[in-house]
Design a protein around this ligand. Structure first.
Ligand code: SF4
Ligand code: FES
Length: 270
């Protein structure tokens, strides 16, 4: 039998005594609706297991707020495993918070110090209006996809894998770009609120593969045009988008987008 070893302080009491409970103070952006003024409010969390995810910590804070008859903090989430792209929060000024290659739902409380004050804001970009508290409207990204993030061919049933030979390097680049989860952190991180990393990823994913060739140039042009109409800024190569991206999409997708956009101009496909 494993005996629980009593340790001093706030011991989590695990059989192996591997962690101590922690508490943090949250400074949270509260905003009742899109056209309401916002403000920061401060909350002390209950005691937390450092292995809790950041969203589990928010669940615990909300349970306490509800118990006190107060309005819980609104935040978006769905898969909680870095797939759906809905969970973006700006944590301590950084979209998706500390660490590289993680969405907000993949951040754990052990990334923070016991007693630390953590500031939570929604993703900030003109094209992402606040719906409530930490939730923003990211439908601008959906409208960009509607302008060209698809291929207009009947795919039919799945062909044999080798029917259309694709060089390994090309397939790898397309798969890397296809990892974009449409979270919008790139635009939120960019001083110019540009969504070029997102558009570049979508245009690369389809434009690198044979099936995406027929609409490659018109697709790049249409999506870039829609990005501008939605109020996203132009790329100034700051590189903040690449740093914030939870899928570590590389800046080279923007180079590919720029090349295809220029070729669309030359070919008269704009
Ligand atoms: S490129 Fe990265 S940061 Fe931008 S939407 Fe896609 S996954 Fe999110
Ligand atoms: S909740 Fe789906 S990516 Fe975070």
């Amino acid at each position: 039998m494993i005996r629980r070893k009593k340790r001093g302080g706030r011991d989590a009491g695990t059989p192996l005594g591997l962690f101590r409970l922690m508490k943090v103070r949250l400074k949270v952006w509260r905003q009742e609706g899109p056209n309401k003024p916002g403000r920061f409010e401060t909350y002390e969390t209950p005691e937390l297991n450092p292995n809790m995810s950041f969203l589990e910590m928010l669940d615990a804070v909300n349970e306490e707020l509800i118990r006190q008859g107060k309005e819980p903090i609104a935040f978006a989430h769905d898969c909680r495993e870095g797939i759906c792209g809905t969970c973006g929060i700006t944590i301590n000024g950084q979209p998706h918070g500390p660490g590289k290659g993680s969405a907000t739902c993949q951040i754990y409380m052990r990334k923070f110090r016991d007693g630390e004050t953590i500031t939570l804001e929604p993703f900030r970009a003109k094209a992402f209006p606040v719906i409530k508290d930490l939730i923003v409207d990211r439908s601008a990204l959906d409208r960009i996809i509607l302008r060209g993030g698809f291929i207009s061919v009947r795919a039919g049933s799945a062909p044999d894998a080798n029917t259309i030979p694709i060089p390994k390097r090309t397939a790898d680049l397309a798969m890397e770009a296809a990892q974009c989860i449409g979270c919008g952190a790139c635009a939120a991180a960019c001083p110019n609120a540009s969504a070029m990393l997102f558009v570049g990823a979508k245009a690369s994913h389809l434009g690198l593969l044979p099936q995406g060739q027929p609409e490659r140039f018109s697709r790049a042009a249409a999506m870039a045009e829609q990005m501008e109409e939605e109020g996203f800024g132009a790329c100034r190569a700051y590189g903040a988008c690449e740093e914030a991206c939870p899928k570590e999409i590389k800046l080279e997708v923007i180079s590919r987008l720029n090349r295809d956009f220029t070729l669309a101009l030359l070919k008269g496909e704009l």
